[in-house]
Design a protein around this ligand. Structure first.
Ligand code: M6R
Length: 609
């Protein structure tokens, strides 16, 4: 949610912190701040608004110092304001803290600290950490940090500086990502690898309850018991450019254009060397388990959950395994029934979504086996799951997920095909043919991208709608859900997604002359029924845009606008069918002048409940 960073070295820290924050701004952007240690003590600059505001604020007045911490905020406790912006300090201003996560028992601690004489200036939960560090400081900062960690509940990654320990920088992790890097003369921490790439391609991932002490060019990590531990270095393959806009106006547009590559990379990474079969080194369900499989439960949030809905249908259609999808944030609160060995699939681009982590832990606690599908190597979900299948979409920076979504569907498709083969429902030859079809999808996506002007023109005509309805049947219903989410999150247009057959059970009351309806109709077998649904809304005055497979007749004459997508196996069509909808959402938001990569109220990685 928030992004935190810190550095200690020979160079001036403020510019380094600001560059790091820029790379993490997608994690939260309602305020930002930095704190520097220098001969005057701790100097803080912070401001409500995006990083540009802070940048303007410190122009010509950059705080000096080679030790510092920085923060970009997504507000949870206390409105976005200058005063609630991090870093926060103790009353003497000798300890400063940046925080990502939520301190759940902060109110209790705050009341107690007030009774001990502390004066609070912010509404944040974080401020208790700063006061506690001062309260317990007995001269040994490490011991103080352990003491504070023992009283804090919730999830937190903290970065800490203290004018009493000017040669060190500290950070701790509990249920919130934190990554370290060092060079010969400097050490760094950040919530995200992208903030560290300019310094090193070798990073160290902290584990839960780890405490790290950073000095110039050296890092000492201790586990939750205070024992010095070594954390394996992880090599980051993607380049700094991969996390930059590369000439596109927005990350989202760049990432949509990267979809053919993302799918190709994801597919190839899960195929045998000759590309003719699914690699068995990768697939986590063995033949015996596949045959015995009784049920699959997919747990995820948002877009990942909609990818899961597609996965559910593929598991049922191809592998004939009963499957369900659960919203991760609901799972643990509904007393789920899990039998030992039940199979769970957690889908998460970031691998750090707190609700998904909590659902995964609940599934494991109840005896389930968990397979993760994630885009981030070394993320919390990747590390805690029993097995991992990676999507190789590359860094996804725009808040609206695009290339990660279709890569998730690709991995789910491969899993479904693999299970179908192991359950003797399709032959090796049929699986091979399906793979050949999957290999053609990147090219088909490219041909949709090549016609983006048509979509842009339509967006220009329709961007001022107040409300849009998305509909579809079967896989198209899942697609409609994602199309609707994409539009609302970046353009702020109200939209609903409905199973087309469900419309007449209530929602059709909302259809009136001029209502815009988008009908996803990529499933030929359901076309006739979908056409009936188009007629139902048309006679009530709706304007309809339909997305159909090339060569499908009988739709164009029924609707105002039709977009054709290349034909593929209907089961794989969602990966192609979503592309025009992502572009439509993008161009509508562009027409409206919205902040596309950083939509209001949202953050890329939702690390709070
Ligand atoms: O990182 P995750 O895939 O776990 O994130 C899940 C959702 O928060 C995410 O998909 C969200 O819905 C996106 N903003 C959708 O574009």
């Amino acid at each position: 949610m928030c992004g935190i960073t810190g550095c200690i070295g020979d160079q001036e820290a403020a510019p380094v912190l600001m560059r790091g924050l820029k790379r993490m701004e997608y994690r939260g952007y309602d305020s930002a701040g930095i704190a520097l240690l220098n001969q005057n003590g701790i100097e803080i600059r912070k401001a409500k608004g995006k990083l540009d505001v802070l940048e303007a604020h410190i122009q010509g007045n950059m705080p000096q110092g080679s030790v510092g911490i920085g923060h970009t905020r997504w507000a949870t406790h206390g409105e976005p304001s200058d005063v609630n912006a991090h870093p926060h300090t103790d009353m003497k201003g000798e300890i400063a803290v940046v925080h990502n996560g939520i301190i759940e028992n902060y109110l209790k601690l705050k009341h107690w600290l007030i009774s001990e004489g502390c004066e609070f200036v912010t509404e944040t939960d974080t401020e208790v950490a700063a006061h506690l560090l001062n309260y317990y400081d007995g001269g040994d900062m490490l011991q103080t940090i352990y003491k504070v960690m023992s009283v804090l509940q919730g999830s937190f990654a903290l970065g800490i500086i203290s004018s009493r320990n000017p040669d060190s920088l500290y950070c701790v992790r509990k249920d919130s990502p934190l990554i370290l890097a060092k060079t010969s003369g400097a050490s760094f921490f950040a919530s995200d690898i992208s903030a560290l790439l300019e310094h090193s391609r070798e990073v160290y991932l902290l584990e839960d309850m780890d405490v790290a002490c950073l000095t110039k060019g050296d890092i000492v990590i201790r586990d939750g018991f205070g024992k010095v531990v070594r954390r394996e270095a992880m090599r980051v393959d993607w380049s700094l450019e991969a996390a930059e806009k590369g000439g596109f106006e927005h990350f989202m547009l760049k990432e949509i254009h990267e979809e053919p590559k993302a799918l190709r990379d994801t597919l190839n990474s899960h195929l045998s060397q000759d590309g003719a079969a699914i690699s068995q080194d990768e697939m986590p369900v063995g033949a015996e388990e596949a045959r015995r499989l009784q049920k699959i439960t997919i747990l995820a949030c948002g877009t990942a959950c909609y990818a899961g809905m597609i996965g559910r249908m593929l598991f049922e259609k191809l592998a004939r395994v009963p499957a369900e999808v659960d919203i991760a944030s609901e799972f643990r609160y509904r007393d789920p029934i899990v039998s030992p060995g039940d199979l769970f699939i957690i889908v998460s681009q970031s691998g750090e979504t707190l609700d998904s982590i909590a659902a995964m832990r609940e599934a494991k606690r109840l005896g389930g086996r968990v397979i993760a599908i994630t885009n981030v190597v070394g993320s919390s979900i990747a590390r805690e799951a029993d097995a991992v299948l990676y999507t190789w979409a590359g860094p996804e920076i725009a808040v609206a997920s695009t290339k990660a979504y279709i890569s998730q569907i690709m991995v789910l498709t491969l899993m479904a095909l693999d299970l179908a083969q192991k359950r003797a429902l399709i032959t090796e030859e049929e699986a091979g043919e399906a793979l050949e079809e999957l290999k053609r999808i990147p090219q088909q996506i490219q041909s949709v991208l090549d016609q983006k002007e048509v979509i842009q023109r339509f967006a220009h005509k329709t961007f001022d709608y107040n409300s849009i309805f998305f509909m579809g049947r079967g896989l198209d219903y899942a697609l409609a859900m994602e199309a609707s989410l994409k539009l609302k999150e970046i353009s702020y247009i109200h939209s609903e997604a409905y199973a087309a057959g469900e419309l007449k059970h209530g929602t059709i009351a909302l259809i009136e002359p001029g209502t815009q309806v988008v009908m996803m109709a990529t499933q030929d077998a359901l076309l006739e029924k979908t056409l009936n649904n188009i007629k139902e809304v048309k006679v009530r005055g709706a304007q309809v845009l339909a997305v159909v497979g090339e060569g499908v007749g009988g739709v164009a004459e029924e609707v105002e606008e039709v977009w054709y997508i290349p034909r593929t196996n209907p089961l794989f069509a969602p990966m192609v069918g979503i592309i025009p909808m992502q572009l439509y959402a993008y161009y509508v938001a562009l027409e409206k002048g919205c902040d596309i990569d950083q939509p209001r109220n949202l953050a890329k990685s939702v690390t709070v409940e």
